[in-house]
Design a binder for this molecule. Structure first.
Ligand code: SME
Length: 137
């Protein structure tokens, strides 16, 4: 479900921090499951405005992670058929699921203007952040 106002402001701070600290993070945001519906709703984010405020399960990289529950690293978005383009500047993407009580409740989504920038360290830090987010949600 959508987090409350106080939680949203914390989530926005996380986005701002990541956006400031990591040069190749060019769009950083959260998506959360809309109740029991099979769709994601855009939460706090930093970066260009996106048309994708609601994403059905299975659609795009985000929708696929909603189904798989696994981190999805896309070194080059142009190689993906099932991809929702946010900005023509985006070249790569990483999506990490957020689990609470064993349930896939949402995700952090990061786009980069660089090809293949994401390392194991990115995956690990983002997974750690997602664990912390699950605790405050
Ligand atoms: N690229 C995503 C859509 C969300 S935007 O990147 C913010 C996708 O394919 O699911």
């Amino acid at each position: 479900d959508a987090p409350d106002t106080d939680t949203n402001s914390k989530l926005l701070k996380i986005c701002q921090l990541l956006d400031q600290e990591v040069e190749y993070y060019n769009w950083t945001g959260f998506y959360f499951r809309n109740g029991e519906k099979e769709e994601l709703i855009l939460g706090p984010y930093v970066g260009a405005e996106t048309d994708h405020t609601v994403i059905p399960f299975g659609k795009g990289i985000c929708g696929q992670v909603a189904v798989s529950g696994e981190t999805f690293v896309v070194p080059d978005v142009h190689t993906q058929d099932n991809y929702l383009s946010c900005s023509i500047d985006t070249k790569s993407e990483i999506v990490v699921p957020i689990f609470k009580n064993g349930k896939n409740i949402g995700q952090i989504d990061i786009d980069s203007h660089k090809i293949d920038p994401f390392t194991k360290a990115d995956e690990e830090v983002l997974q750690w952040i997602c664990e912390k987010v699950a605790e405050i949600i």
